[in-house]
Design a protein around this ligand. Structure first.
Ligand code: A3P
Length: 302
């Protein structure tokens, strides 16, 4: 345990990244036991980058033939995206006495993780499975994280001061952080192996959702046909998965996901640039400087 304090308990550093102790078991177990198939798809983010949205989009995308009645009879209408697309380390592999039976899932299997590229199970790197990585401007990722931590904190705990969490975030000490190393690991890999790793930004999908949905479909080798486009299947998926639609569904207002976090905490504002309402000028300058320092020489910009 190297850090104490702001995250309700210790966080541990493992392979260069920070973890809550209760998650370490799941990390080790999936590294040891997960066997990738060439047809697998792994959706990867650092927390608060838009994981819930991408889970919904990708689930709807790859299952579009299975659930043609998208308005009346779709799993996303009655289940939270996190229950449809499970995480490895916070879910499938959390129980140390019970390994998941993943053999029975029909391909393509869709999984999710917050692990860094370095920490992925070996078979993911060795197989031809596809990785879709989503990240977000660090300022919005931070603001979203700060709100989230305050929402999920134990009832008897005081709120986390903005300055304290900000200072930790900038030092790289956040769950699954450092943010910059996490993003950079996948950015480099996407340049090296563009058929293996697709690199997406929340802001870009927000701006051109239809274009990126189709890009994801092409990357996953399930492009939309002309007939599907003329029927508006792409727009139906985007509407189903929109912030407005998902956050207003009854299922996402009540109940908890399998890893015991309330469904509604995954939906807050869903906008780009909320950092302007929260961060001070000094904070903005500080975080921009770190981002520039880490990313600019690799041609990555936010
Ligand atoms: P904000 O806190 O800025 O509103 P994650 O899913 O990785 O935990 O990220 C949560 C962030 O994604 C939250 O951002 C949340 O509101 C936003 N989000 C959730 N569903 C979304 C959707 N369908 N479209 C766009 N953003 C969404």
């Amino acid at each position: 345990p190297l850090e104490k304090g702001w995250v309700a308990t210790h966080v541990y550093q493992y392979q260069g990244f920070w973890f809550y102790p209760k998650i370490i078991q799941g990390v080790l177990s999936c590294q040891k036991h997960f066997q990738a198939l060439d047809t697998d798809i792994v959706l990867i983010t650092i927390p608060k980058s838009g994981t819930t949205w991408l889970k919904a989009l990708m689930f709807a995308l790859i299952n579009r033939n299975k659930y043609p009645n998208i308005h009346s009879d779709h799993p996303l209408l009655t289940k939270n995206p996190h229950d449809l697309v499970p995480f490895w380390e916070i879910g499938l592999y959390s129980d140390k006495d019970l390994l998941p039976d993943l053999q029975t899932i029909s391909p393509p299997r869709l999984f999710s993780t917050h692990l860094s590229y370095e920490s992925l199970p070996k078979s993911v790197k060795d197989s031809s499975c596809k990785v879709v990585y989503l990240c977000r401007d660090p300022k919005d990722t931070f603001v979203s994280l700060w709100h989230f931590l305050n929402k999920i904190r134990p009832k008897n705990r005081e709120t986390f001061p903005l300055e304290e969490v900000f200072e930790s975030f900038c030092r790289g000490v956040t769950p699954f952080g450092p943010f910059w190393e996490h993003v950079l690991g996948y950015w480099k890999k996407s340049l090296e192996s563009p058929k293996k790793v697709m690199f997406l930004k929340y802001e870009e999908i927000k701006m051109r959702p239809n274009f990126y949905l189709k890009e994801i479909a092409k990357f996953l080798e399930c492009p939309f046909s002309k007939e599907e486009e003329s029927k508006g299947v792409d727009d139906d998926i985007l509407n189903l998965c929109s912030f407005e639609n998902l956050s207003n569904l009854e299922v996402n207002k009540i109940g908890t996901v399998s890893f015991k976090v309330e469904n509604k905490t995954f939906f807050r504002r869903g906008q780009v640039g909320d950092w302007k309402n929260i961060l001070t000028t000094d904070m903005i300058e500080h975080i921009n400087t770190i981002t520039e320092l880490f990313f600019s020489k690799h041609g990555l910009k936010f």
